[in-house]
Design a protein around this ligand. Structure first.
Ligand SMILES: [Fe+2]
Ligand SMILES: [Fe+2]
Length: 171
């Protein structure tokens, strides 16, 4: 039987990953409405990645003979003061998620659940990547300042991101 404390915490994390997807999808719509379609695409792919993260928890809970329980998602914010403001918020959000993942590792270790600990290590590594990619965009937007030309160049560059495979639920 799957440890009920870990099952409960993993169900909460599944919700947090879906919540991340919802936030990034809302940011994608914001960027599209600002005619920044490259950033809109980037955030849409980011949302797809978060769905992949949620599905990893979904599959793992099931594999451990646990029970997935879905909970309500909050209404995401829909407006940001600037592209920089949106990406800063995305970075703060990823930092929060990293904290949640670290908390889950602490719990798995405390409960001596080695399988869950091993499963979570993928997320520990993934969060380094997630924070780093968003941070590099924040840095660029800070350099850009009020230059529309530079902003459109960055938008074009971010529009080059390749989509995660639709069937890839491995994240
Ligand atoms: Fe995630
Ligand atoms: Fe993420």
């Amino acid at each position: 039987m799957f440890n009920p404390k870990i099952q409960d915490a993993f169900n909460k994390q599944l919700n947090a990953e879906l919540d991340s997807a919802y936030l990034y999808l809302s940011m994608s719509a914001y960027f599209d409405s600002e005619n920044l379609s490259g950033m809109g695409d980037w955030m849409r792919f980011q949302a797809q990645e978060e769905l992949g993260h949620a599905m990893k928890f979904f599959s793992f809970i099931n594999e451990r003979d646990g029970r997935v329980l879905l909970a309500q998602l909050g209404t995401p914010k829909s407006e940001w003061a600037s592209p920089l403001n949106a990406f800063e918020e995305a970075l703060a959000h990823e930092e929060k998620i990293t904290g949640l993942i670290n908390g889950l590792v602490d719990l798995a270790l405390a409960e001596k659940d080695h399988a869950s600990n091993t499963f979570l290590q993928w997320f520990v590594t993934e969060q380094i990547e997630e924070e780093s990619s968003v941070k590099s965009i924040v840095d660029k937007l800070q350099l850009i300042g009020d230059s529309p030309v530079a902003l459109y160049m960055l938008d074009g560059q971010l529009g080059q991101r390749t989509p995660p495979s639709p069937t890839d639920t491995s994240g």
